[in-house]
Design a protein around this ligand. Structure first.
Ligand SMILES: [Zn+2]
Length: 426
């Protein structure tokens, strides 16, 4: 039993109770502090740098430098001359060993090393004023044939892709930087893993075939070698197509986009707009860089950079044109690298196209020959008819006459050991 004698005096309890009650009353009658309203006056920068945003701002911000003009040739058509008429016009003789792999000028940045901010810009650095324009300006392209197309009687052709750009813009590959080349004479660009179609920013880029989008972001967001030096590609879309080839999956890639119009996992049909032509990544002017890659069966990840193939053997030719693919080899049967190959019409005598043979660097990310053709050069968009294909093999001129048929591949072997020269060459 508790008695007041030993406990807290009743008066003290009353005082304490009164104080607590009073405090509660005071708390509840006090005017409330005004609610703080935070008005966002500016977007706070994310702690993580969004490189894509930076790239876009650099390209389109009010302080950006004027967009460079590139690529759509405007100079008058000046066909290159071929050294066929006189002895003196022949190129200086070289020994065939001059084309050994070891003789190829070392290439900066070919190995997939981590990207360096200060790395030299080497892809598509095209000083246009120095370019010898040998093709006429094209404001409108001929209509392409309808893909998928395989007219070869032995089923070897796989022109299954639509051109990624419409025919009222430039859907012709830049001839002086074809697949497997290091750019114009005297230049030392990255060996080209695709083809370039220079166009104005904003030109729609379309799916070359039906399939599923497996990549739709900037190349900075990946590793594993899918985009090699990841600065190069800018904003990229990769489509895995519904069809395969020889048990492998088939992909197309569209790079340097200003805007990406699709998301990973999205289904696209042939011709759907997947993005817009831009100049993101390493470029000096807006264009779409178009690639074809073959991947492992069943894998939907973007195939490694080392799995590209020449798009000119996958993209439908124009109406009235065909494709010449071939092998340029030396007397020992070895592939000759970086050799000039020119096509001249037998009907008109005009040079209709020119290219160079693939350069292999044994770097682990080399370009690849088609599994069927084993070519080391391709010239697309050749008008149908009879043509002379001329190769410069170590200074020796070798030529073969071929018939080009619409929508098919004409294959040609060019070698000094199998083809007699028809002029004064030694
Ligand atoms: Zn390119």
């Amino acid at each position: 039993m508790r008695q007041g004698g030993n406990g807290i005096p009743a008066v003290t309890l009353v005082i304490i109770g009164t104080l607590i009650f009073g405090f509660i009353i005071w708390q509840n009658t006090r005017p409330e502090a005004p609610t703080r309203v935070i008005v966002p006056t500016e977007i706070q920068p994310a702690t993580e740098v969004n490189a894509w945003q930076v790239i876009l701002e650099q390209g389109f911000g009010s302080d950006s430098t004027p967009l460079p003009t590139i690529g759509i040739p405007t100079a008058p058509f000046v066909p290159p001359t071929l050294p066929i008429e006189t002895e003196s016009a022949l190129l200086p003789a070289q020994t065939l060993s001059a084309f050994d792999a070891a003789q190829v000028t070392p290439f900066i940045g070919a190995t997939p090393t981590p990207p360096l901010p200060t790395a030299p810009v080497i892809e598509t650095v095209i000083p246009l004023t120095q370019i010898y324009v040998t093709q006429p300006p094209q404001s409108w392209q001929p209509p392409p044939l309808i893909p998928p197309l395989s007219r070869d009687l032995l089923g070897r052709d796989h022109y299954w892709m639509q051109r990624p750009i419409d025919s009222n813009a430039n859907n012709r590959g830049l001839f002086y930087y074809p697949y497997g080349s290091d750019g114009p004479e005297g230049e030392n660009y990255r060996i080209h893993a695709g083809i370039d179609m220079p166009n104005q920013i904003g030109e729609p880029v379309r799916a070359a075939g039906s399939g599923t989008v497996v990549w739709a972001a900037d190349g900075l967001r990946t590793s594993g070698g899918a985009f090699q030096d990841t600065y190069s590609y800018g904003n990229v879309v990769v489509i895995q197509h519904d069809f395969g080839y020889r048990g492998r999956s088939v992909f197309t890639l569209y790079a340097h986009l200003a805007l990406v119009n699709v998301v990973p996992g999205q289904r696209v049909e042939t011709g759907d707009v997947v993005g817009l032509v831009g100049n993101t990544g390493r470029v000096t002017g807006p264009h779409v860089h178009f690639e074809v890659r073959l991947g492992d069966a069943g894998s939907s990840s973007v195939p490694h950079y080392a799995n590209t193939y020449n798009p000119a053997l996958w993209m439908v030719p124009y109406v009235g044109t065909g494709v010449i693919a071939g092998r340029v080899t030396n007397a020992s049967g070895q592939l000759v690298m970086d050799a000039d190959v020119t096509v001249r019409s037998r009907a008109t005598g005009q040079v209709v196209s020119t290219t160079t043979t693939y350069i292999y660097q044994n770097s682990g990310v080399d370009v690849n020959a088609d599994p069927e053709w084993q070519e080391n050069f391709v010239i697309g968009d050749v008008p149908v008819g009879r043509h002379e294909v001329v190769a410069d093999i170590g200074g020796q001129r070798v030529s073969v006459i071929v018939n080009v048929v619409e929508g098919t591949t004409t294959f040609v072997e060019l070698s000094p050991s199998t083809t007699p020269t028809n002029d004064g060459g030694s």
